[in-house]
Design a protein around this ligand. Structure first.
Ligand SMILES: Cc1cc2nc3c(=O)[nH]c(=O)nc-3n(C[C@H](O)[C@H](O)[C@H](O)COP(=O)(O)O)c2cc1C
Length: 340
C-alpha cells in the first residue's frame, strides 16, 4: 500500500467535511452508505487529550471499514504532541491525518490552535513538520508510548483495535498529512498564508472560503479559493474548496469557477446524504423518521457506545434531521454550538 490515497481518488473529489458534534461514527456510516462521499474526516480530536489516552479522544477515533478512506483530524498548538498523536493515528489504521487550522471557536482559537495558527505561520509549519516526523517514526518502528503519557490501558486498547484491522492496515505504513484551514484571520490573507502552508508540503489543503472573523456569516469567498487553487496547482498540491456547497451542482460550479481539485460538503449533508450523489437525488432528503431509525440502529449496534453516550449523541442528530420528534427542543442548543 504505497502512495497517498488522495492521488487515487477520482477528480473532482467530493468529500464530507469534518463537523464536531455531528460527523461521528454513526453519522459517517450513514453518509457513506447512502451518499458515498469520496473521503470522510473524523470530528477533531485534541492532541493533548489523545496523547494522554483520554477515553473521549479514543472514542472519537472509532470507525468501521465501510468508511475508508477515512482521515483523523487533530487540533492543538504544541508540535511535540502532534508528533506523538501521529503514532496513535497511524496505529489505529487511519488513511490520513488532517490538521485543523480553521476552527474559529474561542476555546480553540484563543489557545493558539485552529484558525489562530493562520497568524503564527512558523508554529503552523512546526506542527506540520512534527506530524510528518511522527508518521516517519511510526514507519520506522517507534512504539506507541514514545515520549507520551499514554496509559497501559490506552496502549492496550489501541493495540487491540489494531489487531482487529484487516491485515494490510495492521502493517506500518506511511499516511498523508493534510491541512484544513480558512482564507485568513481578520481579513483574507490567501496570498501570504497559502504559500506558507505549501512550503510545508501537506498532501492536500482544504480551504473554507471565510476568515476566522466571519465564522459562518456572509458568503464563502470563491475568488479567494480560486487564488489559493492557483498557488496549490503551481506546487502540485491538491486543494479542496469548502463553504456553502448545497448540492452536487454547486460543487461542480465551484470546481469550474476556481479550478479546485474537489470540494468538502459539511452542513448540506445533514439529513441529506444524497447530496454527494450525481444523479439528481440531492433534492430529495431522506424522510426524517428513516434517518432517525437508521442512525438509532447503527448507534445501538455499536458495542462500545453506552446508552448514555447514545442519548448525548442523538441530540445533534435531532437538530440535523428536521422534523424528528423532539428536534425543536435540542435544535437551538445545537445550533448555538454550530454557529458560535
Ligand atoms: C457544527 C460544526 C462543527 C464543525 N466542526 C469542525 C471540525 O471539527 N473540524 C473542522 O475542520 N471543521 C469543522 N467545521 C467546519 C466545517 O468542516 C466546514 O468547513 C464549514 O461548515 C463550511 O462548510 P459547509 O458550508 O459545507 O458546512 C464545523 C462546522 C460546523 C457547522
Amino acid at each position: 500500500m504505497n502512495g497517498s490515497f488522495w492521488d487515487a481518488l477520482p477528480r473532482p473529489i467530493i468529500g464530507l467535511a469534518p463537523m464536531y458534534g455531528i460527523t461521528d461514527h454513526p453519522y459517517r456510516h450513514i453518509q457513506k452508505k447512502y451518499g458515498n462521499p469520496a473521503v470522510v474526516f473524523t470530528e477533531f480530536v485534541q492532541v493533548e487529550e489523545l496523547c494522554a489516552g483520554v477515553r473521549r479522544a479514543l472514542n472519537t477515533l472509532r470507525y468501521d471499514e465501510s468508511q475508508r478512506p477515512i482521515v483523523a483530524q487533530l487540533f492543538g498548538h504544541t508540535p511535540r504532541y502532534f508528533r506523538r498523536a501521529a503514532l496513535v493515528i497511524a496505529a489505529l489504521g487511519f488513511d490520513g491525518i488532517d490538521i485543523n487550522m480553521g476552527c474559529p471557536t474561542k476555546s480553540v482559537a484563543q489557545s493558539g490552535a485552529g484558525a489562530a495558527l493562520i497568524r503564527t505561520p512558523d508554529l503552523a509549519r512546526a506542527i506540520i513538520d512534527a506530524t510528518h516526523a511522527g508518521v516517519r517514526d511510526w514507519v520506522e518502528g517507534a512504539g506507541l508510548r514514545e515520549g507520551s503519557r499514554l496509559s497501559t490501558a490506552a496502549v492496550a486498547q489501541v493495540e487491540a483495535r489494531r489487531q482487529r484491522l484487516p491485515p494490510a492496515y495492521q502493517q506500518r505504513r506511511s499516511i498523508p498529512v493534510s491541512v484544513k484551514t480558512r482564507i485568513g484571520y481578520d481579513e483574507p490573507a490567501t496570498g501570504e498564508w497559502i504559500p506558507r502552508l505549501l512550503d510545508a508540503r501537506p498532501a492536500v489543503i482544504s480551504l473554507h472560503g471565510r476568515t476566522l472573523r466571519q465564522r459562518y456569516a456572509g458568503e464563502a469567498q470563491w475568488d479567494e479559493i480560486a487564488q489559493a487553487a492557483e498557488f496549490a496547482r503551481a506546487a502540485a498540491v491538491p486543494l479542496l474548496g469548502n463553504g456553502d456547497i448545497q448540492s452536487i451542482e454547486d460543487a461542480q460550479k465551484l470546481v469550474a469557477a476556481t479550478g479546485v481539485d474537489g470540494v468538502l460538503i459539511g452542513r448540506a449533508s445533514c439529513g441529506n446524504p444524497f447530496v454527494f450523489c450525481a444523479d439528481g437525488q440531492g433534492a430529495t432528503p431522506l424522510r426524517p423518521n428513516n434517518c432517525w431509525k437508521s442512525r438509532w440502529n447503527m448507534q445501538t449496534s455499536l458495542p462500545t457506545v453506552s446508552a448514555q453516550q447514545s442519548a448525548i449523541r442523538l441530540s445533534p442528530c435531532a437538530s440535523i434531521w428536521p422534523g424528528m420528534p423532539g428536534a425543536h427542543r435540542t435544535a437551538p442548543r445545537c445550533a448555538r454550538r454550530c454557529y458560535t
